[in-house]
Design a protein around this ligand. Sequence first.
Ligand code: HEC
Ligand code: HEC
Ligand code: HEC
Length: 380
Amino acid sequence: MVVVFLVGSSTLCAEPIQASEGLRIMADRNTGNCVSCHEIPAWKQSTESANRLTLQGNFGPSLQGVGSRYNKQQLRQWIVDARVIHPNTLMPPYGTNERLHLPARSKNLLTQKQIEAVVDTLTTFAQVPVSTKDEKPSEALATSGIAQLQSANAMNPIELWIDEGKRKWEEDCSACHALEKVVKAVPNFPKLDASHKLINLDDQISVCRQRAEVNANPNPNPNSNSIATTTASTQSFYNDDNLTLELSTFLNDAARLLAINIAPPTNPSHATIWKKNLADGERLFKTRMGHMNLSCQQCHDGKVGTSMRAQKISAGHPTGFPAYRISWQGLGSIERRIRACYSGVQAQVPAPQDIRLRQLELYLKTRAQGLPLEGPSIRQ
Ligand code: HEC
Ligand code: HEC
Ligand code: HEC
């Protein structure tokens, strides 16, 4: 039924140019995904209208004309492993898994057969005097959609989370804390806890949620309630639990415009531990990883302002969390965002609460020292 419908409807619409196998591989997110970094005018022409499928990035150069500039063997080398051509290339190696850090799987990004199909298509990309200057509507569309969402207060989904967080704060937290004091501490995270472990704001909220639970149930009956009590005091909460997110959203909103203020502990031996964490964070930020073989730095320092499909790469400053992302259909913590970037380069994603995520956050915050917190934000 579905097949019949699709075939039937496509003959009714204005006829798109038939996309070759190679073009489809280049456009498909699950195979080549070349259009996330390259403009491929032939793909634009082969799809019907300016829908999301036609969004193309400019992280790398346009592929218009590569068939005139390179022969088949050179094109194959670009795809299989461009490091042979430029040792510092940002073009991912599609035909090898050698010298990669933390690749997500053992298979290459593309099979030999797929690479040949792509190379065949690339040879047809001749240099033509094209002007694609008039085609910039998609990004403007996407951005204005977000602006609308952010400005229309009644519709702004974050407001609901702030209200819920406020209610929880009053119920569970205000007995032990003065709000102003806690808000002033928001720009100082991540920091070492009493056991010298690096924790972020969301971890602290989780620790305190356990306290609040114990508080709410101070005299458990040792016989009937022993299991419940044990879980209350040893359970650790996930940073993307709704309740932690609500409280984090509330506190980050209250801390809006306070400047990020990261400092080592005053005790010298604690400072040594702290500095080691910071150095590890910096090293992680600068290490290439995943099948795409890119480091955080190469995107968030080197390619700021370029686009990967619809996403414009920012400096990666950790100022707007939790973030409401349209693709998440909800709020996510900074931990979730950093894990998404690991996944984006097809690297093995650290488990929630992995220390590397906190070390990276510490480095990001140090890099953003003095910048005002934006509060919870809306992102694409
Ligand atoms: C992560 C972004 C990214 C992805 C994904 C990507 N490329 Fe690239 N590619 C680049 C960059 C950046 C360059 C520029 C050269 C460099 O950095 O060495 C490049 C260069 C190239 C070149 C040489 C262009 C020239 O004018 O010299 C070709 C050909 C190419 N890429 C094809 C592809 C194909 C085909 C795919 C998909 C199978 C693909 N790229 C996927 C980033 C990417
Ligand atoms: C039973 C008392 C108690 C309750 C209830 C409690 N906290 Fe805490 N909170 C503490 C203590 C003690 C600290 C000091 C750090 C530590 O020991 O974890 C702290 C520290 C904090 C900090 C860091 C403040 C700073 O200056 O570094 C934040 C943020 C925080 N709590 C949030 C919360 C939230 C959110 C709740 C409600 C879920 C909550 N707390 C409930 C006792 C409590
Ligand atoms: C292939 C490029 C790429 C790499 C590598 C990469 N990111 Fe990202 N990152 C993105 C894109 C695209 C976005 C979404 C657009 C934006 O906000 O920059 C993003 C968003 C972010 C954000 C949210 C910024 C905001 O204001 O919402 C943070 C923080 C971040 N990345 C941190 C990291 C860290 C840490 C690493 C390394 C573990 C990393 N990224 C690696 C492309 C990358």
